[in-house]
Design a protein around this ligand. Structure first.
Ligand SMILES: Cc1ncc(C[n+]2csc(CCOP(=O)(O)OP(=O)(O)O)c2C)c(N)n1
Length: 428
């Protein structure tokens, strides 16, 4: 079936069973390409059904979808006429691993750095209204990216301004490693709502079968249920800041996703659809190790083992040296902006759990916190990829340098990372 998919129109023609089969074929194809070339695997396997549903309900390029980070757009690229090009992923002059406006008119906005999608989508929705146009605008953002300050600033603005737009929150409980923090706690409470609704539906069905009094009991139970629900389910954060909240929805159920997307299309004002997905879905080895398969080099499909022997790299050597220093000096702490593995801090986190802080995808906050700790006599070490350090330039200058504070800033990947072209300049 995949061979016949050359544009979103071809997806729209399929019935639900065919779409399910297409989902399986897309997974198989992505696995073939990524195991051969390397690339972002687990996040793409997690959004197959979502992407099929989006292209079934919306019409690109007229409608706009902004993908946060953009590492999960392989499925979108396959559906929007770039199936064969995907085979050139991570090759010289090959297809980009992220959305690129100069690659396809279906990519409406370049992304790479996290947490930008809601701002961009809100901007596009505002422009649409100013120009008297009528298309839909969506942002697809992960629960990890939602920990970034820019995303929260955007929700704040969007909820208040009542612009017609849809935010799809793709909640797989993972950033690159396990997502942590207050937002992640909030989402787990909202997820509980799904199991609560499911179990109460089952109870309702059972009671209705009691002859004679079934309906009456259900009515009483529903009244009690509403008051219990108020206690169990937290006040809806998203509703309180101005969004219509839909969900949580099973993010692997194409029909249910399409239903929700169609509802959101009809609603005025900002809507947030909370979908639950599994990172690595359909490939057991990635489901069990979503962090390892977030981004990977070429690997063996049967065993999941890397095809290239991994030599010690700068991040690993940095991590080992930091442990050595930390053993001698208990003032040393490590801070990461959701990049524990990438920056070589995983072993440090194991050995010094109380001196390790994953503060979410929030580089600016990482430096702010480090400045506070340094002021109070602690020695914070903050490794961040060079590209993402851009986020924290103001804090580096304003909070650290101008106060002459001893924060140890380490710049990881401070060279050309050829294969993983994320920046907007063509060859980086
Ligand atoms: C500013 C910034 N910091 C760090 C990263 C590295 N990074 C890429 S994806 C990712 C996790 C994203 O998690 P989530 O948004 O939940 O998406 P998922 O991969 O789980 O679908 C991180 C930390 C980034 N892209 N941008």
């Amino acid at each position: 079936m995949l061979e016949k998919i050359n544009s979103p129109e071809d997806v729209k023609k399929l019935n639900i069973e065919e779409k399910k089969q297409l989902a399986e074929e897309i997974r198989k194809y992505i696995l073939e390409v990524v195991s051969e070339n390397g690339g972002h695997l687990a996040s793409n396997l997690g959004v197959v059904e979502l992407t099929i549903a989006l292209h079934s309900v919306f019409n690109l390029p007229e409608d706009k979808i902004v993908w946060d980070v953009g590492h999960q757009t392989y499925v979108h690229k396959i559906i929007t006429g770039r199936r064969e090009q995907l085979k050139t992923l991570r090759k010289l002059n090959g297809i980009a691993g992220f959305p690129k406006t100069n690659e396809s008119e279906s990519d409406c906005f370049n992304t790479g750095h996290s947490s930008t999608s809601v701002s961009a989508a809100l901007g596009m929705a505002r422009a649409r209204d100013l120009k008297g146009e009528n298309h839909s605008v969506l942002a697809v953002i992960g629960d990890g990216a939602l920990t970034g300050g820019m995303a929260l600033e955007a929700l704040n603005d969007a909820g208040y301004s009542k612009e017609r737009m849809t935010v799809i929150l793709n909640d797989n409980e993972m950033s690159i490693s396990k997502n942590i923090g207050g937002i992640s706690m909030l989402l787990s409470k909202l997820r509980a709502k799904r199991s609560y609704n499911k179990s109460s539906d089952a109870v309702k069905k059972a009671i209705l079968h009691i002859p004679g009094i079934g309906k009456q009991i259900v009515k009483i139970v529903q009244k009690v249920k509403r008051s219990i629900k108020q206690l169990i389910i937290p006040k809806m954060f998203f509703e309180d800041i101005g969004f219509r909240y839909l969900g949580p929805v099973d993010g692997h159920d194409i029909q249910e996703l399409e239903r929700m997307l169609k509802i959101s299309k009809e609603l005025d004002g900002p809507v947030l659809i909370h979908i639950l997905t599994k990172k690595g879905k359909g490939y057991k080895i990635a489901e069990e190790n979503p962090d390892k398969f977030h981004a990977t080099g070429p690997f063996d499909l049967e065993t999941g083992k890397s095809k290239k022997e991994k030599k010690p790299d700068y991040s690993k050597i940095f991590g080992e040296k930091l442990i050595e220093l930390a053993r001698k000096n208990d003032k040393i702490v490590a801070i990461t902006a959701a990049m524990k593995d990438g920056t070589g801090l995983a072993k440090f986190a194991e050995e010094f759990p109380n001196r390790f802080f994953d503060i979410g995808i929030a580089e600016q906050h990482a430096i702010g916190v480090a400045a506070g700790m340094a002021k109070a006599g602690i020695i914070p070490v903050v490794p961040i990829y060079s590209s993402f350090y851009q986020r924290a330039y103001d804090q580096v200058i304003h909070d650290v340098a101008l106060q002459n504070l001893p924060v140890i800033m380490c710049v990881d990947r401070s060279g050309i990372v050829g294969q993983d072209r994320r920046n907007t300049s063509r060859n980086i």
